[in-house]
Design a protein around this ligand. Structure first.
Ligand SMILES: [Fe+2]
Length: 413
């Protein structure tokens, strides 16, 4: 017997949203064509940069954050992603990398993994299988990186790329993070079984059916298309995701990671489509007449939002690797940026990262922070992920006494 589709409970809502949106935007075809033309030109630009052997992903030095020009900022916002280099010194990173490896041994991760298979369904819709991502949340290196002054500064800078006020009120506080705890990647050289197909996180069908998301994309779904700004935070914190293991319940201005090892193209690392406005294009794509009334170009509730070969092939022409990064560099991408992990690690060293995004203080994030803090106190898995609980009750994890004053604030204490 076939499994019911994850969209089964939402088919009426999908049909209704498509009907309403099309009525609301009678020019949905022209709009889609206009946005297609913009994206095609962006993609041609990206391909031309790659053809010269350069990388379209902007790079800036941590030490130069104060000197970033307006033109650089605009370029980062257009590309929706950025590498910030030299955030941590090498010696610090090497210590963290080795401590995490020991930590995984100490919690007997690999032995216990077999028992827990099958809990995490999030990536089951992706063509490639599960990557070498370890579901540990509370090691001391992770906590030390999260509460570092360097990352606080980096994320403050990133948060401030956003327009964070709306109707005279702050949507979020760009200067104060609320930690969103995530996992680590330790990818062996030669690994070919693991990878992530191009996708974006933060919700799938809710981008069409949720009233909050409809407001986020109000300029796509009506009015002046050119008024849409991917970095306008208005309504982003009131969008509601369909609850699902591993769909982030916090609002992140950027997803991101800190490199624990040198890694670049071919090393089983991140690929991106460096375009902040790809999701709006996908939104309009699903409203076109060739897509069945109860479908959204393959978007499935509670999963990652995939790039469909059938509907979105054009986007793949702009998809490609991030530049070579060194240990201590950090990589950041907007929550609407399509990204994935290379299927094959053809390099010679481990490609390891700690996932640390930017999640500023706001009401939405406080609600989740309260749940997360309770998990911290027992060592349970983050409540946003499958309850694998490798660290539950494990004494070697980070404890309250390991938090700095900044770390305590970021954990909502
Ligand atoms: Fe992702």
């Amino acid at each position: 017997m076939n499994k019911p589709s994850p969209n089964a409970p939402y088919l009426d809502a999908i049909r209704a949203a498509k009907r309403t949106l099309r009525q609301q935007i009678p020019d949905y075809k022209e709009r889609f064509e206009a946005l297609t033309a913009v994206l095609k030109s962006d993609i041609a630009d990206i391909q031309a940069i790659r053809a010269k052997g350069e990388c379209p992903v902007p790079e800036i030095a941590f030490d130069a954050l104060d000197q970033v020009t307006e033109a650089q900022r605009e370029n980062i916002k257009r590309r929706g992603c950025v590498v910030i280099k030299g955030v941590f010194p090498k010696a610090q990173i090497e210590a963290w990398n080795s401590d995490i490896a020991h930590y995984l041994d100490d919690v007997k991760y690999l032995e216990r993994m077999e028992e827990k298979r099958g809990i995490d369904q999030y990536f089951s819709a992706l063509a490639s299988s599960k990557p070498q991502i370890y579901s540990v949340y509370w090691s001391k290196p992770q906590m030390q990186a999260r509460q570092s002054e360097a990352l606080a500064r980096t994320r403050q800078w990133l948060n401030r790329l956003w327009k964070y006020q709306h109707d005279g009120a702050d949507v979020f506080n760009p200067d104060q993070e609320l930690t969103y705890v995530d996992r680590v990647r330790q990818r062996q050289p030669g690994d070919a079984t693991l990878g992530l197909s191009p996708h974006c996180d933060g919700g799938t069908i809710e981008r069409w059916i949720d009233p909050g998301y409809q407001q986020v994309y109000r300029h796509i779904f009506g009015g002046d298309l050119s008024a849409y700004d991917a970095f306008d935070a208005a309504y982003r914190t009131v969008a509601r995701e369909i609850p699902s293991p591993a769909v982030c319940r916090m609002f992140r201005t950027f997803q991101g990671w800190t490199a624990l090892t040198r890694q670049g193209p071919g090393d089983g690392t991140l690929n991106v489509l460096p375009i902040a406005n790809a999701v709006p294009w996908m939104l309009l794509r699903a409203l076109q007449d060739d897509v069945p009334e109860d479908e959204l170009c393959g978007a499935q509730a509670g999963r990652a939002m995939l790039v469909s070969e059938q509907y979105h092939a054009m986007l793949l022409d702009g998809y490609g690797p991030i530049p070579q990064v060194e240990a201590g560099d950090t990589v950041w991408w907007h929550p609407d940026v399509i990204h994935g992990v290379e299927d094959k690690h053809q390099g010679t060293g481990y490609s390891n990262v700690i996932y640390i995004g930017a999640a500023p203080d706001c009401d939405k994030n406080r609600i989740f922070s309260d749940l997360q803090r309770a998990a911290f106190e027992t060592g349970a898995s983050s409540p946003d992920f499958a309850a694998e609980n490798y660290e539950l009750g494990f004494e070697g994890r980070a404890m309250l006494s390991d938090l700095s004053p900044l770390g305590r604030r970021q954990m909502g204490y």
